[in-house]
Every structure is written in C-alpha cells, then in structure tokens.
Design a protein around this ligand. Structure first.
Ligand SMILES: *[C@@H]1O[C@H](CO)[C@@H](O)[C@H](O)[C@H]1NC(C)=O
Ligand SMILES: *[C@@H]1O[C@H](CO)[C@@H](O)[C@H](O)[C@H]1NC(C)=O
Ligand SMILES: *[C@@H]1O[C@H](CO)[C@@H](O)[C@H](O)[C@H]1NC(C)=O
Ligand SMILES: *[C@@H]1O[C@H](CO)[C@@H](O)[C@H](O)[C@H]1NC(C)=O
Ligand SMILES: *[C@@H]1O[C@H](CO)[C@@H](O)[C@H](O)[C@H]1NC(C)=O
Ligand SMILES: *[C@@H]1O[C@H](CO)[C@@H](O)[C@H](O)[C@H]1NC(C)=O
Ligand SMILES: *[C@@H]1O[C@H](CO)[C@@H](O)[C@H](O)[C@H]1NC(C)=O
Ligand SMILES: *[C@@H]1O[C@H](CO)[C@@H](O)[C@H](O)[C@H]1NC(C)=O
Length: 837
C-alpha cells in the first residue's frame, strides 16, 4: 500500500516538477527505440516450451547445432537451427519426493524452491556434458553422455559446485576440464569462487579479512591471455559481482553501507600456495566497476566480445539504479576495455588499517613478483615455476590486499546508453561487420518485462534499432545467447525459450526506412531491404550505420504513395491517417505541394497518427502529402485529395442499410443541454477513469510502458491518462480546452459509440449511410495506439455494439490526436522520470 501511495505521489509530483539536473541532456538520457514491435506483430519467432518451467540456463554448441537448456526439473537438447522443430530430447531430472519433503520441512517455498533447478550445463569433454541442479536444496551434479542424453546411474554431490538456492546469483564455467564456479553455496556459508574437477581445487580466502563481502555473482568470463602473449602470461578468469563495499569512498550516502559492482580475476594456472594460502587462490584481485555513479550501480548482466584476439576484448555491462532510487526503473549500459581492467589490476593496492578500520591507499613496498599477477616467463626465469613457489611475503601480501585502489571506468568515462522505465536483465553482444568495413557491436538486451531491445554501438552511444515484445506475459528475460552460425538469438525465461533471427530486414519497407534503421545486418539492394549476410553481390547494397542518412537516391528511392480521395461535408472533422512507423520520425504535411502545416495551427492538428482537419471549410480542399522526417531525411508516407462539399450529394442521401441507433448529426438548439450534461458527465468520468487507470498502472508498476487495451474493461470507448486529467476538477468550460480529458466539439452530437449513450435521449433519426470515400479515417486509429511508446495511454474497447460508422467517433479522434500531439511535444512521462530520479 505504501508503495502504491508513493507511485501516486510520484505521478502527481511529475506534473509539478521539472527535470532532474544531470550531466547530459534529456535526450541523451533516454534513448528511444526506433521501432516498436508488439507481441502480435512479431514474425519469425520460434518458441519452445516443454512441461518444465524456468528455462534459464542456456548452452549453445554452434558447431554441433545444439542448444542445451537447463530448466526446472529438466534438461533439453534442441536443434539450434529450429528449436521448435519437435526434435528435442529431454532428460527429466526432478528432485526426489524425499528431498522435496525435506525441503518443505526446512520451511522453503514449495512453489519455487523445492525443485531441481538446473543451474549449470557445460561441456566437460568430447563425450560428456556436466550439469548441476539445486535438487530441492540438496545440490547434485552429473556427467551426462551427450549422445545418449540420459542421466548416469551415479550422481555427484553438488554442494561445492552449485548453490542451494535457485534465486542465488551464480556463475559457472568449465575451462580445460576444471569447473570454476562462484556463488554463495549454502545458506549459511560465505560466498566463494571455487575450482573443482581439478587436481588442485581452490577457494577464496575467508580470514582474517573476507575477500568477498556478501557477494552476489553476475557473470564470469574467460580471457585467453596466454595466446601469443609476449610475456608468457596465463589465461585469466574475470568475475563480475555485487558486494558490500568496505572502502569509505564507495558510499555515496555515508550513513549507509553501499553495495558496489566489482570485477575480480584469478589466473587459470593458479595452484594455490604451499604453506600460506594453501588450497586458496594466490592470484585473486578485485577492483571496483564503475558505470554511472552514484545513480546506476546495480550490476545486472555482463557480456564480452573480442575481435579475434584477447587484447581486443570488450566487456559490456548493464546496470540499474542504486537502492536509493528503488521506486524507479532505469538502466544504463557501459563498455569496458580489457586494457582498462588491466590498468586497475596493475595499479596500486588498498590496505585495511585496523586502527581506523578503513581501507586506504597502500603506499608501502610491494614485494616481487607482483602479488596477484600470474606466473609469466619472467617469474619462471626467477625460479617461480608455479604459484606454489611464490615467496611467503608475496602470499601474505595477496592475502591482505585483495582490493585495488583504482576503479575500472567505462570507455569515455560514461555510459553508452541510459534508458528509463526499463530494467535490462540480460545481455548478449554480437560483433557484426558492416558494409563500411567497420565492425559494429550489436547489443541484445532483455528486459524485466519480456521485451528485447536491439541496439548498435555507434561511437559513444547506442542507437536502439528496435524493441520487440518477445513474451506476451511480462517476465524477466533470464538469459540470451547469440548464434553466428544460425544467425539467431535465443532467449531464456520462466515460460520458455525462443529463437529470433538477428535481423528481420524485410520489416523495412523503403530505402529510407532501411537506411534510417542503421541495422548493420541490413542493407538496401535497390528493391528491398535485405540481410547483408545472404546477399550475393555486396557492391549493390547500400547501408549507413554510422549516420543513418546516406545512400538513397532522391525521389527514385521510393515509389510515391497512392493518393487517396477523401470527401467530407463542410463543418466536418476529418482525419487523414499517416502512421509514422518510426518512433524517431516527425510528421510533416504539405498542402498543394508547398505549404507546410505547423502543428496545432487553426483548423489543422498534426499528430503521430495523421493530420486532423477540424471544422472543415471549402478552401481546405486540396492535395495533402504526409512525410516522415527523421535524421534529416524526408520520405513520403501518404497522400490524400481532400474535397470539402457544401452539401451532401443528393444520390447518397437515401438510406440503404439498416439504421444504427444513433442521434442525428445536425444538432438542434436543444442539444446544447445535452452537451452540457454530456460534458459534465464526461468530466466526472474522466476523473473516475483517471483515478482507476492510475490505480491500475500503479498496481502494475509499468511506468511509462504501453498500456494496451484491456478487452474486459466495459464502460467506455476511449479514455486517456494525461497529466492534465490528473489535475482535478475540470468544469463545463471544457469546450475550448485542448487538454487530455475528453472533449466535445461544438456542432457534433453525442453518438451511439460515445459514453453519452447513457443520457436519456429520444431515439434519434438514423444517419445517412456513407460511402467508403466519406470515411474520415478514424477507423484506423486503434492500430496506432501501440505507438505510444513510453507514455500512459489507454484504449478501453467497448465489446458490445461496434461503432456503426467511423464518422461518429470524430470527437475521440480529436481527442486522441491532441494527445498524440502532446506526446510528441511534451513527453509527459519523461518529466515524471526525471523529476523522480
Ligand atoms: C520460475 O518460474 C516461476 C513461474 O514463472 C517464477 O515465479 C519463479 O520466480 C522462477 N524461479 C526462478 C528461480 O527463476
Ligand atoms: C536440425 O535441423 C536441420 C534442419 O531440419 C537438420 O538439417 C539438422 O540435421 C538438425 N540438427 C540436429 C543436430 O539434429
Ligand atoms: C504448498 O504449500 C501450501 C501451504 O503449505 C499448500 O497449500 C499447497 O498445496 C502446497 N503446494 C504444493 C504444490 O505442494
Ligand atoms: C569425459 O568425462 C567422463 C566423466 O568424467 C568420462 O567418463 C569420460 O571417459 C570422459 N571422456 C573422454 C573422452 O575423456
Ligand atoms: C615464454 O616461455 C615459453 C615456455 O617456457 C616459451 O615457449 C615462450 O617462447 C616464452 N615467451 C617469451 C616471450 O619469451
Ligand atoms: C537530394 O535532396 C537534397 C535536398 O532535398 C539535396 O540537397 C541533394 O543534393 C539531393 N541529392 C541527390 C542525389 O539528388
Ligand atoms: C480520386 O478522384 C479522382 C478525380 O476526382 C479520380 O481520378 C481518382 O481515380 C480517384 N482516386 C481514387 C483512389 O478513387
Ligand atoms: C489548394 O489548391 C486549391 C486549388 O488549386 C485551392 O482551392 C485550395 O484552397 C488550396 N488548399 C489550401 C489548403 O490552400
């Protein structure tokens, strides 16, 4: 309840407060995905779902064409070329009844915890996989013959390798036969980075000072630094995690213990010490990982890419807002080079001072070989052939100085991307060659509510090419894997796994659209937008990832749209629909080929969905052209010939269809009372609905997400939530207002489709039926509602009695048009977020 109140307060505050001061402009702070593809518009998706739940652990073997999936109570082997082809193999691996009962008796949750959540699936050797599951709080592991794909008769104890708790942060890799895992294994045990399945099992040091403080692990990455190393260096494993910060500087708010993001590393050939640090890592070092402090500090996902050599390794990490801003949702993405990590690990150490109980810069003597570094040719020359040969002073130093003084800073010192109203929970990166000869990193980011964002890193920023609603039911995307071989991205979540192509270039219908998308996988070949990878002749292809502007020839780039005729009566309102498919485009209208229409001037209103001409006059007749303006390009989208008649054509006056129950269009003077009644009613309705909708949106905590129509909501055709509606009482003077509440235009009667239906009216004479060309385009409206990216609009569809004629919805169109217009110019939700961060 308190949460809900906070939500209301935030919404109310939003109308009063302006932006939060920040280092960047508001535009930079919130990247808008260029395209929005809702669940029902998504094509080319392959979905797999067995009887199990929680498809969180993905292992792709691209050469073999297999995607292994660890789920709750099962492991699946799917054909990675088409995960939905029905050829899957399955290992049922449920926790035994006895262990489940045991788990229940420990007071664990029987809906989520007392199952066997498979947390690790890795390749062990040529013939076997290795898998671990939580097994109802009794972790077990198994070496699985990949061909037979069945559990072995003998299972191994898993308590050193796999967490008990299915929700605990965990990361595990098998590298050259050794199992490197990091998590808090048991409920009471300390978090630990361990190596098992190895002649020399290792752990982190626990005393006298913890190397890890309440760590929650996010990811681990192997970097093969031994390959062509000029100094004979070792391979390293990097661990990314959150932990309680011991050092003073970490805390933004000095009164509370901060949790910070860290990166730690160990050497693969570490064998532990002989007397000191026996069976412990001798190469453990950790450093703070900074993205955009003090705002974005909660590390959520990490993925690395390299350009063929380890030295070009780049890490991408997503962060969400720190605990102070718990009520907000926002994410940032940062990029780190391996050299930046190395810089921190080669820099000065921190030391703990018992007297002051603080971590400070260590400025004393550093023993040799450098503590925490791997064994190199240099140390071998000096007689240290393995970590066991290291001198005691070095090992003592390692034990007491796990933390580096330098922080690991993101490339250019700031995030590549900041996105509000979104939690990025998973990340995968592909490095794609573009036609300009450059390599572009394409980020696939899964959100907390089942969307996938695809962005391309261009210079210092991320351009979000599109956002796809991949799961109908909101749920966090848990894991993402990219297959270059299958040109697919696999998405794991609670309800299933799915496979999407890396690109769907045919989605872009024109050359402009294809160029503006800036998708490195797509290019225009003169006829269509094609996948670059499949193209026979690359010289014919056009692409501009860098700027998203060049390459389409003027005019010839796109066939002009077919002109449509619209005929209306004088005084009518008409909507000329023109959908901007791109969220970044601005609509531009030309009348008679020359005059540009300024938004909201006189009789004309320009919205994202089209042009609304209100109270038409004969001189409004003419040719109307709609263009999308984006990134300096102008592309034609729609063309209309509008004719405004002084009186209805005679031959069309006779009714030819059964009359729908609807009041007369020609309002009599008496109708004024009706208007007032309706307006008063609508005002009230607006308030009630606003409150209700606000309530719903607060409940759902989907700040600034699309709120598509709830088909069960009965009473009203169309209603909106906007800041203006929230303000409070709106009176009868509504007639001339241009705000977000419902509004009635003088000269128009309430209609069957409007909320005014409840007013006691005598059954009015039927309206004349209208030929197709008389429609004013309003029927097209609902399909546009999904475009309302990042704002709270709501379409409540009335189930019974669809509108008899689209013409009678004009006031709603008016309404919508204004709101859409407002969205373009004021971005209500932006204010909300900035004010509240
Ligand atoms: C597993 O899925 C269920 C249902 O979707 C969800 O409530 C639960 O949190 C998931 N558990 C884990 C560990 O992801
Ligand atoms: C996956 O399916 C493709 C096409 O159906 C087939 O050629 C291939 O052999 C299958 N791969 C595996 C591993 O079953
Ligand atoms: C889980 O426990 C609750 C209460 O202890 C019980 O009502 C419910 O039936 C149990 N569910 C399952 C699936 O065992
Ligand atoms: C792979 O590991 C399994 C389990 O340890 C073992 O039985 C099998 O012989 C190994 N296979 C090879 C090819 O080494
Ligand atoms: C480092 O030592 C290895 C083996 O001892 C040797 O193969 C390699 O050439 C050496 N590298 C350099 C740069 O000396
Ligand atoms: C395309 O049009 C723009 C402005 O409309 C003009 O500056 C440019 O020269 C034209 N390009 C070509 C190739 O005609
Ligand atoms: C629109 O009207 C013009 C003449 O008024 C006619 O030539 C044209 O065919 C009509 N277009 C359509 C699509 O009906
Ligand atoms: C467009 O041109 C026609 C005739 O050329 C003119 O009657 C009409 O008023 C013009 N429309 C506008 C909106 O200027």
């Amino acid at each position: 309840m308190r949460r809900r109140m906070t939500c209301y307060l935030l919404v109310l505050l939003a109308t009063a407060t302006t932006g939060y001061p920040s280092r960047r402009s508001a535009v930079d702070l919130d990247a808008t995905p260029r395209m929005t593809i809702a669940y029902n518009e998504l094509s080319d998706v392959r979905r797999f779902r067995g009887r199990a739940l929680n498809y969180t652990t993905l292992l792709l073997e691209d050469e073999k064409g297999i995607l292994y999936v660890g789920a709750r109570g099962a492991i699946f082997s799917l054909n990675s070329s088409n995960i939905a082809d029905g050829s899957q193999r399955e290992i049922r691996w449920e926790a035994s009844l006895e262990k489940q009962i045991d788990c229940l008796q420990k007071g664990k949750n029987n809906k989520t915890e007392c199952f066997n959540h498979v947390r690790l699936v890795q390749r062990l050797n040529d013939t076997h996989l290795y898998a671990c599951g939580t097994y109802a709080f009794h972790p077990l592991c198994a070496a699985i013959d990949a061909d037979r794909f069945a559990l072995p008769p003998h299972l191994e104890e898993g308590k050193e390798k796999c967490p008990y708790d299915p929700a605990r942060g965990y990361t595990g890799l098998i590298i050259d036969g050794g199992l490197y895992t990091a998590t808090r294994y048991e409920f009471r045990s300390l978090p630990d980075i361990r190596r098992n399945l190895h002649q020399r099992p290792l752990k982190t040091e626990e005393s006298p000072m913890h190397w890890l403080n309440d760590a929650e692990f996010v990811a681990s990455v192997l970097v093969r630094e031994s390959v062509r190393s000029p100094v004979g260096d070792d391979d390293k494993i990097y661990y990314f995690f959150m932990e309680r910060a011991a050092e003073e500087s970490a805390s933004f708010d000095k009164s509370q213990v901060a949790r910070v993001a860290r990166v730690a590393r160990v050497c693969k050939s570490d064998l532990g010490g002989k007397k000191i640090l026996q069976r412990k890592w001798t190469s453990f070092m950790k450093a703070r990982l900074v993205c955009y402090i003090p705002y974005y500090e909660v590390l959520k996902a990490v993925h690395s890419v390299d350009g063929g050599s380890w030295a070009s390794t780049v890490f991408y990490a997503t962060f969400t807002l720190s605990a102070q801003w718990r009520s907000m949702e926002a994410s940032a993405v940062c990029q780190y080079s391996i050299s930046e990590l190395q810089r921190a690990f080669e820099g000065p150490y921190m030391q703990y001072q018992d007297t002051t109980r603080k971590w400070t810069l260590y400025d004393g003597e550093v023993p040799s070989p450098r503590p925490g570094s791997c064994i190199t040719n240099r140390s071998r020359q000096d007689g240290y052939r393995s970590s066991q040969d290291l001198p005691n002073d070095v090992l003592e130093f390692v034990k007491l100085h796990p933390l580096m003084f330098e922080e690991v800073k993101p490339a250019r010192g700031e995030p590549l991307l900041v996105k509000k109203n979104v939690l990025y929970t998973a990340l995968a990166v592909d490095r794609a060659p573009a036609l300009d000869g450059q390599q572009y990193d394409v980020l696939f980011m899964g959100t907390g509510d089942g969307w996938l964002h695809k962005g391309v890193v261009v210079g210092p920023a991320v351009h979000i090419v599109e956002e796809l609603q991949v799961f109908g039911a909101p749920q966090p995307v848990e894991s993402l894997v990219i297959s270059k071989g299958q040109r697919s991205v696999y998405v794991g979540a609670a309800s299933g796994v799915l496979q999407l192509p890396l690109s769907s270039c045919s989605r872009y219908g024109s050359c402009y659209d294809c160029i503006l998308a800036r998708d490195p996988y797509c290019a225009w070949d003169g006829e269509g937008c094609r996948e670059v990878a499949g193209a026979a002749d690359r010289t014919q292809l056009t692409q501009d990832v860098q700027h998203g502007r060049e390459g389409c020839r003027n005019g010839s780039a796109q066939a002009p749209p077919v002109q449509k005729n619209r005929t209306v009566l004088r005084g009518d309102d008409v909507l000329l629909p023109c959908e901007q498919r791109s969220n970044l485009a601005r609509a531009a209208w030309l009348v008679n080929g020359t005059v540009g229409l300024a938004a909201g001037r006189g009789h004309f209103r320009v919205g994202v969905d089209g042009l609304l001409v209100t109270d038409t006059l004969p001189e409004h007749s003419g040719d109307y052209g709609c263009y999308g303006e984006e990134n300096g390009l102008r592309s034609p989208l729609a063309a209309y010939a509008l004719t405004v008649l002084l009186e209805p054509p005679k031959e069309r006056a006779a009714p030819t269809a059964p009359p729908p129950p609807s009041p007369d269009r020609q309002a009599s003077p008496d109708m004024k009372f009706v208007y007032i009644a309706v307006i008063a009613m609508l005002g009230g309705l607006c308030l009630v609905l606003s409150a209700a909708l606000l309530h719903v949106s607060c409940l759902q905590r989907r700040k600034g997400r699309y709120v598509l129509g709830d088909p069960r909501a009965p009473s009203v055709e169309l209603q909106t939530v906007s800041a203006n509606c929230l303000g409070g009482g709106r009176e009868e003077d509504e007639l001339s207002r241009e705000d977000g509440c419902l509004q009635i235009i003088p000269g128009e009667a309430p209609t069957a489709a409007s909320p005014a239906r409840e007013t006691p009216l005598a059954p009015p004479p039927p309206p004349p039926p209208l030929p197709a060309e008389f429609t004013n385009g309003i029927a097209a409206l609902p399909s546009m509602l999904r475009k309302m990216n990042g704002n709270s609009y709501m379409l409540l569809q009335q189930q019974e009695e669809p509108s008899p004629s689209p013409l009678y919805n004009t006031s709603f169109a008016e309404e919508l048009s204004k709101i859409l217009e407002k969205r373009k110019h004021t971005q209500l939700v932006d204010k909300l977020d900035e004010s509240s961060v």
